[in-house]
Design a binder for this molecule. Structure first.
Ligand code: MN
Length: 468
């Protein structure tokens, strides 16, 4: 729960400190050369069917020297571990951090500045930036946290925006999610100046999670990161711009988003699983690159990868859970299944009155315009097990009475089936009626335990036979 120290070594929070807390079984280290283009994506997607997909550590991302770490966010267990809890405690801990933000601390110097390249020495092309999908316009940074601040209020902002490598000091950028950074750049345009931005690669995963949170413009995501860590995060001042970055970051690109220049950017593989050219066609120019000695390049495989979806879904689920729970205290759990990208959600509740399932479904759709299919189930159904949700639909749902459709709802335009930014919303009530008289088949707990004992005793002689 909140207040408990996150699991980590005594070292300050950083990517490498977090990696040392993971058991060996949670990391696949690849020593042979791995082509930087496409293969990291293929590795991560091939691992997705495993229950807890491991971190992938590529020691030789050909033709580069800097190692690449990816798939950090593919497992709910690891995401929860990043904030020191179990998956079942994630939502409550997240909510506590959002309600109890802490300020970071600015220190004079940090490992992020061990190596500094300025001006002509800047060469982003020598970073192991991958080409992720076949249709991508080029090599893209998918994991960079863009740090900036509100030109009027000075309130800081962290977010992810795709960055296409174009030249040694130039990237194409798309701010199409129209977040706070997009508002800041538009304000800078009115003021006739560029927006200073630092791109941070390789931080403690709690900082990555905070950067994917959707919070009010008045809230600095650094404060959420500190709330999640339970302590102030150390920051250092950038060398060439008026911003602060995590002192223990692996790699930082300092620069500006240009106010007066647009250039084609994209297409790029998006979270929907489709390649898209929707872009604000912005330009990021790099003034300095700083990094640790022997840095690690952290990639987040983009598109429809489990890690990309879970990184943004986990804070989203916690936020929606928090808001729904205020109105509906008998809400039990919420899951945005991977199969539905950000468009499907399953909720479970302990129903005490008829109508509560539809109440839950309409609340959910009101809070999250991305959702176009929502299913409500009873508390005995595991929303994280799609088989279980489908079984509830098979046995507790009738299509003539238990569904509703809201036409022409606001939605996310990246859904290729949407029409001009609108979509139909489908709610399915797969909860049983309160006066139901059927009995669910069960196996006694003792029998299940006996079966497990029998099966493990059968397996053991096989292992024993292999021993000398
Ligand atoms: Mn913000």
């Amino acid at each position: 729960m909140f207040g408990q120290q996150p699991t980590r070594t005594s070292a300050p929070p950083s990517l490498r400190a977090f990696l040392t807390t993971l058991p060996e079984s949670d990391i696949i280290r690849i020593q042979e050369p791995v082509d930087i283009d496409h293969v990291p994506t293929a590795l991560v997607m091939s691992l997705e069917s495993r229950p807890n997909p491991p971190v992938v550590w590529i020691e030789q991302p050909h033709p580069f020297k800097t190692p690449v770490v990816c798939n950090l966010f593919a497992s709910r267990e690891r995401i929860a571990k990043a904030i020191g809890v179990s998956p079942g405690e994630f939502n409550a801990t997240w909510i506590a951090a959002v309600n109890n933000p802490l300020k970071p601390r600015v220190i004079d110097n940090g490992p992020a500045h061990e190596i500094v390249h300025l001006d002509a020495a800047v060469d982003a092309a020598c970073l192991p930036i991958s080409r992720h999908f076949e249709g991508d316009a080029g090599r893209y940074i998918g994991s960079g946290i863009l740090v900036c601040k509100d030109p009027d209020t000075g309130v800081g902002n962290l977010s992810y925006q795709r960055l296409q490598l174009k030249e040694s000091n130039r990237f194409g950028a798309s701010l199409h999610s129209r977040g706070h950074i997009w508002e800041h750049l538009n304000r800078c345009r009115e003021l006739g100046r560029n927006l200073e931005v630092a791109v941070v690669i390789g931080v403690h995963p709690a900082v990555n999670l905070a950067a994917s949170a959707k919070v009010a413009k008045e809230v600095d995501e650094y404060d959420i990161a500190c709330g999640l860590l339970g302590e102030p995060l150390d920051l250092v001042r950038c060398k060439t711009i008026d911003l602060c970055v995590p002192a223990h970051a692996e790699i930082v690109l300092e620069g500006e988003l240009l106010a007066d220049t647009n250039e084609p950017e994209g297409p790029y593989g998006e979270y929907t699983g489709y390649s898209t050219s929707r872009s604000t066609n912005d330009v990021f120019v790099v003034k300095a690159i700083t990094h640790r000695q022997a840095p690690i390049f952290h990639d987040i495989i983009p598109g429809y990868s489990a890690e990309h979806l879970l990184l943004s879904r986990s804070p989203r689920e916690a936020y929606i859970y928090m808001r729904m729970k205020e109105i509906l205290p008998n809400l039990k759990a919420i899951n945005y299944p991977k199969s539905g990208t950000h468009f499907h959600a399953y909720v479970s509740l302990k129903k005490t009155a008829e109508g509560q399932a539809n109440h839950a479904l309409t609340l959910l759709m009101g809070l999250d315009p991305y959702v176009k299919l929502a299913v409500a189930v009873d508390e005995d159904i595991d929303v994280f097990d799609e088989q279980d949700v489908l079984w509830a639909l098979a046995t507790r749902f009738q299509a003539d009475t238990d569904l509703f459709v809201i036409p022409n709802g606001f939605c996310n335009r990246l859904d290729p089936s949407s029409r001009n930014g609108t979509s139909a919303k489908l709610g399915l009530d797969a909860t049983a009626p309160l006066d139901w008289d059927v009995v669910k088949t069960r196996v006694p707990v003792a029998a299940t335990e006996a079966a497990q004992r029998i099966l493990s005793s059968l397996a053991n002689p096989l292992h024993a036979g292999n021993r000398p």
